[in-house]
Design a protein around this ligand. Structure first.
Ligand code: F0G
Length: 351
């Protein structure tokens, strides 16, 4: 079997990235769709649940799909530098792909609100990391303006190539199930990903590659839920720092995706997010807190009687790796035991 070539080479005919461009790739994509029957049975009887484990992409999140496309196109168009605002994962992905393309990369992040693993990634890959005394939303406003003045390519999901890349996750899900799922659940922050998935499912349906389209269930954190409230949130707050966003750039498109798919966008509390985050880890799937929001939303809707899952096939996207946010675990874990280096002490402890 030949090896996986990355999403641009694999899905080239479906992507609007210039066909002459040489892919800037780290062989992202082709992530596992993991069955979770025990977790499914706890949520509701008689349905199939699969987790699309996007934390296994090269920089540890789904952003790599969007970034390979955005940076490939930017490099083809002759860009020498990229810029983005980020809650962390976009920053790490932009940094890695920019470096691979030989470009400078500037990332703006909200000071003190980005998980350690993401900052570490962005720095290691060689980005110029700029912390701002403000929110993600402020940072996005800044990079939008500067990218109109300066020759730097904006690689936030306002960049249409980001969505082109990210829609390939929908293709992979259909290819591996042999059909579209009945529901697709995922966390929503800046709302690029839900928009990209919906685009992907619609295109596969239109091309005859999938007979149906799923209903979309997006989940925002209750403290950062502008799409649920119907207005921007000035001071968003949530333990799920990846989705701590009050003015989503792709908000309109996300609401449209929810409506067209006969789905919805709901809010889940930090407690609900953390409970599902722990539960996923007990399934062997360690994600960052934000990544658990989609599954938490599914469980909540089912628990509160708003979802009939009987006979359904559901895919929940878990968007980023748990190692991105080690502090989230360490702050909540029981203190580790320390014993002398003697087998008697160990015997006593485990006995
Ligand atoms: N999950 C994770 C782990 C994320 O990092 C993000 C967004 C989302 C979900 C939500 O996706 O924004 O397309 O609705 N992170 C962005 C960033 C904002 O800067 O890394 P979205």
């Amino acid at each position: 079997m030949s090896s996986w070539p990355g999403i641009i080479a694999y899905y080239r005919e479906h992507l609007k990235v210039d066909h002459r461009a040489t892919p800037i790739t780290l062989l992202e994509g082709n992530t596992p769709l993991i069955p979770a029957p025990r977790l499914a049975a706890e949520i509701a009887p008689g349905f199939d649940l699969f987790l699309k484990y996007e934390g296994l992409n090269p920089t540890g999140s789904f952003k790599d799909r969007g970034m390979t496309a955005a940076i490939t196109q930017a490099a083809f168009e002759g860009a020498r530098a990229t810029i983005c605002a980020s809650t962390g994962n976009t920053a790490a992905a932009a940094a890695a792909y920019s470096s691979r393309a030989g470009m400078r990369c500037f990332v703006l992040v909200p000071e003190g609100k980005v998980a350690a693993g993401k900052i570490a990634g962005a720095l290691a890959y060689g980005a110029e990391v700029i912390q701002i005394k403000g929110s993600f939303d402020d940072a996005l406003t800044m990079v939008r303006e500067i990218s109109e003045k300066r020759p730097v390519a904006l690689v936030n999901s306002l960049n249409p190539y980001r969505l082109e890349g990210q829609k390939t996750a929908a293709f992979e899900i259909c290819d591996s199930l042999g059909r579209a799922p009945d529901w697709l659940c995922l966390p929503v922050g800046n709302a690029g990903n839900i928009s990209a998935y919906w685009m992907g499912f619609c295109e596969y349906h239109a091309n005859g590659k999938a007979a149906a389209r799923p209903r979309m269930l997006g989940a925002q954190a209750a403290g950062a839920a502008p799409l649920v409230l119907g207005h921007p949130v000035e001071n968003p707050e949530t333990v799920a720092t990846a989705i701590r966003i009050g003015r989503p750039a792709r908000g309109e498109q996300a609401l449209q995706a929810a409506e067209e798919s006969n789905g919805r966008i709901i809010a889940v509390t930090d407690d609900e997010i953390l409970t599902m985050w722990r539960r996923l880890a007990r399934e062997g799937i360690f994600v960052e807190p934000a990544s658990a929001a989609g599954v938490a939303g599914l469980a909540k809707e089912s628990r509160e009687g708003r979802l009939n899952l009987s006979g359904a096939t559901v895919v929940a996207v878990v968007t980023g790796h748990g190692l991105k946010d080690p502090d989230a675990v360490i702050q909540r874990a029981p203190e580790m035991k320390i014993i002398p280096a003697e087998v008697e002490a160990l015997d006593k402890l485990i006995g």
